[in-house]
Design a protein around this ligand. Structure first.
Ligand code: PEP
Length: 250
Protein backbone atom coordinates (compact mmCIF):
# COMPACT_ATOMS: atom_id res chain seq x y z
CA UNK A 1 0.00 0.00 0.00
CA UNK A 2 1.44 3.36 -0.95
CA UNK A 3 1.78 6.08 1.64
CA UNK A 4 -0.81 8.88 1.83
CA UNK A 5 0.83 12.22 2.44
CA UNK A 6 -0.37 15.76 2.98
CA UNK A 7 2.56 18.18 2.83
CA UNK A 8 2.45 21.89 3.56
CA UNK A 9 4.69 24.17 1.53
CA UNK A 10 4.93 27.37 3.55
CA UNK A 11 6.96 29.06 0.78
CA UNK A 12 8.42 32.45 1.89
CA UNK A 13 5.79 33.06 4.55
CA UNK A 14 5.84 33.59 8.34
CA UNK A 15 8.54 34.93 10.64
CA UNK A 16 10.38 32.38 12.77
CA UNK A 17 8.12 32.84 15.84
CA UNK A 18 4.99 32.66 13.64
CA UNK A 19 6.33 29.51 11.97
CA UNK A 20 7.06 27.83 15.29
CA UNK A 21 3.55 28.70 16.47
CA UNK A 22 2.07 27.23 13.28
CA UNK A 23 4.13 24.05 13.71
CA UNK A 24 2.91 23.69 17.30
CA UNK A 25 -0.70 24.09 16.17
CA UNK A 26 -0.19 21.45 13.46
CA UNK A 27 1.30 19.07 16.03
CA UNK A 28 -1.60 19.64 18.43
CA UNK A 29 -4.21 18.97 15.73
CA UNK A 30 -2.26 16.10 14.12
CA UNK A 31 -3.53 13.73 16.78
CA UNK A 32 -6.86 13.65 14.93
CA UNK A 33 -5.28 12.57 11.63
CA UNK A 34 -5.28 8.88 10.81
CA UNK A 35 -3.50 6.97 8.06
CA UNK A 36 -1.91 9.99 6.47
CA UNK A 37 1.60 11.31 6.96
CA UNK A 38 1.82 15.03 7.59
CA UNK A 39 4.86 16.93 6.35
CA UNK A 40 5.65 20.63 6.82
CA UNK A 41 8.13 22.55 4.68
CA UNK A 42 9.02 25.87 6.33
CA UNK A 43 11.68 28.29 5.04
CA UNK A 44 15.33 27.36 5.77
CA UNK A 45 15.57 29.86 8.64
CA UNK A 46 12.78 28.05 10.48
CA UNK A 47 14.00 24.47 10.14
CA UNK A 48 15.87 24.16 13.46
CA UNK A 49 13.19 25.64 15.75
CA UNK A 50 10.40 23.91 13.81
CA UNK A 51 12.28 20.59 14.13
CA UNK A 52 12.26 21.20 17.88
CA UNK A 53 8.52 21.93 17.85
CA UNK A 54 7.85 18.71 15.91
CA UNK A 55 9.86 16.51 18.29
CA UNK A 56 7.86 13.56 19.59
CA UNK A 57 5.12 14.09 16.97
CA UNK A 58 4.44 12.18 13.77
CA UNK A 59 4.79 15.31 11.64
CA UNK A 60 7.79 15.11 9.30
CA UNK A 61 10.02 18.01 8.30
CA UNK A 62 10.89 19.02 4.74
CA UNK A 63 13.08 21.67 3.17
CA UNK A 64 11.73 23.60 0.18
CA UNK A 65 14.91 23.16 -1.86
CA UNK A 66 18.55 22.15 -1.57
CA UNK A 67 21.78 23.02 -3.38
CA UNK A 68 23.11 21.11 -6.37
CA UNK A 69 26.55 20.90 -4.71
CA UNK A 70 27.61 19.17 -1.52
CA UNK A 71 29.52 22.05 0.12
CA UNK A 72 31.91 24.91 -0.56
CA UNK A 73 31.90 28.32 -2.17
CA UNK A 74 28.22 28.65 -3.12
CA UNK A 75 27.08 31.74 -1.26
CA UNK A 76 23.45 31.68 -0.23
CA UNK A 77 22.95 27.98 -0.93
CA UNK A 78 21.95 25.27 1.55
CA UNK A 79 23.40 21.78 1.15
CA UNK A 80 21.58 18.54 1.62
CA UNK A 81 23.94 17.61 4.49
CA UNK A 82 22.75 20.70 6.32
CA UNK A 83 19.07 19.95 6.01
CA UNK A 84 19.78 16.33 6.93
CA UNK A 85 21.66 17.38 10.07
CA UNK A 86 18.69 19.42 11.22
CA UNK A 87 16.21 16.57 10.91
CA UNK A 88 14.61 16.97 7.48
CA UNK A 89 13.44 13.69 6.00
CA UNK A 90 11.84 15.19 2.85
CA UNK A 91 12.86 17.91 0.41
CA UNK A 92 10.60 19.59 -2.14
CA UNK A 93 12.45 19.79 -5.45
CA UNK A 94 11.52 21.36 -8.77
CA UNK A 95 8.63 23.47 -7.53
CA UNK A 96 7.30 25.50 -10.45
CA UNK A 97 8.24 28.73 -8.68
CA UNK A 98 11.86 27.56 -8.59
CA UNK A 99 11.67 26.43 -12.22
CA UNK A 100 10.13 29.76 -13.25
CA UNK A 101 12.05 32.31 -11.14
CA UNK A 102 15.35 30.60 -10.30
CA UNK A 103 16.23 28.72 -13.46
CA UNK A 104 15.73 25.26 -12.01
CA UNK A 105 16.16 22.84 -14.91
CA UNK A 106 15.55 19.12 -15.14
CA UNK A 107 19.35 18.67 -15.43
CA UNK A 108 19.88 20.43 -12.10
CA UNK A 109 17.06 18.44 -10.58
CA UNK A 110 18.74 15.16 -11.50
CA UNK A 111 21.75 16.27 -9.42
CA UNK A 112 19.64 17.50 -6.50
CA UNK A 113 17.47 14.38 -6.42
CA UNK A 114 20.56 12.15 -6.33
CA UNK A 115 22.25 14.20 -3.60
CA UNK A 116 19.07 14.02 -1.50
CA UNK A 117 18.72 10.27 -1.99
CA UNK A 118 22.34 9.71 -0.96
CA UNK A 119 21.43 11.27 2.41
CA UNK A 120 18.20 9.28 2.71
CA UNK A 121 16.17 12.42 2.19
CA UNK A 122 13.05 11.75 0.17
CA UNK A 123 12.58 14.18 -2.70
CA UNK A 124 9.06 15.45 -3.37
CA UNK A 125 9.57 16.10 -7.07
CA UNK A 126 7.14 18.65 -8.52
CA UNK A 127 6.00 18.50 -12.13
CA UNK A 128 3.27 20.35 -13.97
CA UNK A 129 2.32 22.26 -17.09
CA UNK A 130 1.63 25.98 -17.41
CA UNK A 131 -1.57 27.49 -18.79
CA UNK A 132 -0.24 27.91 -22.32
CA UNK A 133 0.86 24.27 -22.43
CA UNK A 134 -2.51 23.11 -21.06
CA UNK A 135 -4.42 25.19 -23.63
CA UNK A 136 -2.25 23.81 -26.42
CA UNK A 137 -3.12 20.28 -25.27
CA UNK A 138 0.52 19.56 -24.39
CA UNK A 139 0.00 18.80 -20.69
CA UNK A 140 0.56 15.05 -20.91
CA UNK A 141 3.76 15.52 -22.93
CA UNK A 142 5.13 18.24 -20.65
CA UNK A 143 4.53 16.27 -17.47
CA UNK A 144 5.78 12.93 -18.78
CA UNK A 145 8.94 14.61 -20.16
CA UNK A 146 9.65 16.14 -16.75
CA UNK A 147 9.20 12.71 -15.17
CA UNK A 148 11.42 11.01 -17.74
CA UNK A 149 14.14 13.66 -17.68
CA UNK A 150 14.57 13.40 -13.93
CA UNK A 151 13.26 10.08 -12.67
CA UNK A 152 14.31 7.83 -15.55
CA UNK A 153 17.92 8.43 -14.42
CA UNK A 154 17.18 6.54 -11.17
CA UNK A 155 17.10 2.85 -10.33
CA UNK A 156 13.91 1.06 -9.26
CA UNK A 157 15.42 0.84 -5.76
CA UNK A 158 15.94 4.63 -5.65
CA UNK A 159 12.39 5.19 -6.87
CA UNK A 160 11.10 3.73 -3.59
CA UNK A 161 12.12 6.97 -1.88
CA UNK A 162 10.58 9.35 -4.40
CA UNK A 163 7.32 11.23 -3.97
CA UNK A 164 5.89 12.94 -7.05
CA UNK A 165 3.70 16.05 -6.85
CA UNK A 166 1.62 17.00 -9.87
CA UNK A 167 1.04 20.75 -9.67
CA UNK A 168 -0.51 22.41 -12.71
CA UNK A 169 1.12 25.85 -12.69
CA UNK A 170 -2.16 27.55 -13.61
CA UNK A 171 -3.73 26.20 -10.42
CA UNK A 172 -1.00 27.28 -7.97
CA UNK A 173 -2.10 30.14 -5.76
CA UNK A 174 -4.74 31.17 -8.30
CA UNK A 175 -7.81 29.69 -6.65
CA UNK A 176 -8.35 27.61 -9.84
CA UNK A 177 -8.17 23.94 -8.96
CA UNK A 178 -7.82 21.24 -11.57
CA UNK A 179 -11.05 19.24 -11.62
CA UNK A 180 -10.79 15.84 -10.01
CA UNK A 181 -10.98 14.31 -13.51
CA UNK A 182 -8.22 16.54 -14.91
CA UNK A 183 -5.98 15.69 -11.97
CA UNK A 184 -6.77 11.97 -12.05
CA UNK A 185 -5.98 11.58 -15.75
CA UNK A 186 -2.55 13.16 -15.31
CA UNK A 187 -1.84 11.15 -12.17
CA UNK A 188 -2.72 7.98 -14.06
CA UNK A 189 -0.41 9.05 -16.92
CA UNK A 190 2.42 9.66 -14.45
CA UNK A 191 1.90 6.24 -12.90
CA UNK A 192 1.88 4.63 -16.36
CA UNK A 193 5.07 6.50 -17.27
CA UNK A 194 6.72 5.14 -14.11
CA UNK A 195 5.42 1.63 -14.81
CA UNK A 196 6.91 1.72 -18.34
CA UNK A 197 10.38 2.22 -16.91
CA UNK A 198 10.34 0.65 -13.45
CA UNK A 199 7.55 -1.92 -13.64
CA UNK A 200 4.01 -2.03 -12.33
CA UNK A 201 4.90 -2.63 -8.69
CA UNK A 202 7.19 0.40 -8.33
CA UNK A 203 4.57 2.56 -10.05
CA UNK A 204 1.82 1.21 -7.79
CA UNK A 205 3.91 1.97 -4.71
CA UNK A 206 4.80 5.56 -5.67
CA UNK A 207 2.94 8.29 -3.82
CA UNK A 208 1.67 10.95 -6.24
CA UNK A 209 0.36 14.14 -4.67
CA UNK A 210 -1.85 16.80 -6.21
CA UNK A 211 -1.07 20.48 -5.63
CA UNK A 212 -2.78 23.65 -6.79
CA UNK A 213 -5.37 25.56 -4.75
CA UNK A 214 -6.23 22.45 -2.76
CA UNK A 215 -8.35 23.37 0.26
CA UNK A 216 -10.74 21.71 2.72
CA UNK A 217 -13.69 22.24 0.37
CA UNK A 218 -12.18 20.39 -2.62
CA UNK A 219 -9.73 17.95 -1.03
CA UNK A 220 -12.29 15.20 -0.51
CA UNK A 221 -13.18 14.93 -4.19
CA UNK A 222 -9.55 15.12 -5.30
CA UNK A 223 -8.34 12.54 -2.77
CA UNK A 224 -11.16 10.16 -3.74
CA UNK A 225 -9.45 9.65 -7.12
CA UNK A 226 -7.71 6.33 -7.59
CA UNK A 227 -4.26 7.74 -8.38
CA UNK A 228 -4.23 10.76 -6.06
CA UNK A 229 -2.42 9.91 -2.85
CA UNK A 230 -2.61 13.21 -1.03
CA UNK A 231 -1.68 16.82 -1.55
CA UNK A 232 1.08 19.38 -1.62
CA UNK A 233 -0.61 22.38 -0.09
CA UNK A 234 0.50 26.01 -0.33
CA UNK A 235 -1.84 28.75 0.91
CA UNK A 236 -4.09 26.48 2.96
CA UNK A 237 -1.08 25.06 4.83
CA UNK A 238 -0.60 28.41 6.57
CA UNK A 239 -3.68 27.79 8.70
CA UNK A 240 -3.26 24.71 10.86
CA UNK A 241 -7.00 24.01 10.99
CA UNK A 242 -7.31 24.06 7.17
CA UNK A 243 -4.19 21.97 6.71
CA UNK A 244 -5.50 19.35 9.12
CA UNK A 245 -9.00 19.46 7.61
CA UNK A 246 -7.41 18.65 4.23
CA UNK A 247 -5.56 15.70 5.76
CA UNK A 248 -8.83 14.50 7.27
CA UNK A 249 -10.45 14.42 3.84
CA UNK A 250 -9.64 10.76 3.30
C1 PEP B 1 2.19 25.01 -4.00
O1 PEP B 1 2.80 26.05 -4.16
O2 PEP B 1 2.82 23.94 -3.90
C2 PEP B 1 0.73 25.07 -3.98
C3 PEP B 1 0.07 23.99 -4.24
O3 PEP B 1 0.17 26.30 -3.69
P1 PEP B 1 -1.40 26.62 -3.47
O4 PEP B 1 -1.97 25.49 -2.64
O5 PEP B 1 -1.41 27.92 -2.74
O6 PEP B 1 -2.00 26.68 -4.82
Amino acid sequence: MRKKIVAGNWKMNTTVPQGVELAKEVVALSKDVKDCLLVVAPPFTHLAPVAEALKGSKVALAAQNCADHTSGAYTGEVAVDMIDSIGCTYCILGHSERRQYYGETDEKLVVKVKLALEKNIKPILCVGENLEEREAGKHFDVVTSQIKNVLYTLTAEEMKNIVVAYEPVWAIGTGKTATAEQAQEIHAAIRKCLADKFGAQVAEDTTILYGGSCKPSNAKELFAQKDIDGGLIGGAALKAADFIAIAQSY
